[in-house]
Design a protein around this ligand. Sequence first.
Ligand code: GDP
Length: 328
Amino acid sequence: MSSPSRGGQPALRNVAIIAHVDHGKTTLVDQLLYQSGRYRDAELDKLAGGQHGLVFDSNDLERERGITIFSKNCAIGYESLAGDRYRINLIDTPGHADFGGEVERVLMMADGALLVVDAFDGPMPQTRFVLQKALAQGLQPIIVVNKIDRPDARPDEVVTEIFDLLVDLGADDHVLDFPVVFASAKQGYAGLRPDERPADMRALLEKIVTEVPAPRGEPDEPTQVLITTIDYSDYVGRIAVGRVLAGAVVDRQRVAVLNRDGDITQQQIGQLFTFDGLGKVQAERVECGDLCAIVGLDPIGMGYTVAAPEAPRVAAAVTIDEPTLHMM
Ligand code: GDP
């Protein structure tokens, strides 16, 4: 699970994307999805569940739609410069003031964070709000100074402002030594210096696979999935999205579902999915550390645990702040 893979399953990386509104989160994800097709091989596609190529490689309409339907998670395949294969789950983080610990739960899916900051605006209130929560969860941010193509971009000052913000938030030395890339999500490049104009976003993908730790978890323990978000579809109803904290989860598995108080209902998974591109693909099995979507559970909710019936344990509790009432 932890070592980069050349033979079997690709190694996993789970990254939350955090940003102030309009700093370019959507454009960045779209660009990463689009470009990952270039670094992707047919083998990876098969492992990812049989889809061929990126959903919108050959279809601009799909790509257009992609921009608007990116809501929660997507996944990209990436073969690194060192020749190792990865599957990167990109996790969207709500930037707004949250009620009831939504941001914390979403961040629990991640092992690292991309902090997208506008090269002119610099850090803004939402940047601070979500960054603070990411730090509280021990996530090391990779800073993406975005919109570097802007004529009024002031990248060096913005990096200093981010540094000062991190100091203000009490970040430790390791965090203060943050990796930075300078990007234009719009024009599709990311480099290690502000004056660089490389052809693509590889520098960012390399930072993700080298700086974000492999998922931790307990692969040899009984199944435990923390449900972090609930999606809804007219066709299948509630879709529980979460992270496999222990063991693996299997399609049609009989499970114990625990609410946040630990009350248990015995249920069966109706359908199991993993993430690929912008969509969810059906999976027989989702391994420890990966993200999954489960259909057919009711009752189910945010913060619930889906566990092996023989060892039902509530997943690590999330501390919930008092709602922040001033707008971020
Ligand atoms: P989000 O709210 O963080 O998801 O931001 P969007 O991705 O929707 O981008 C907000 C605006 O910034 C849009 O008009 C984008 O076209 C623009 N934008 C995003 N990335 C860049 C960039 O790298 N350079 C420039 N100049 N504009 C960008």
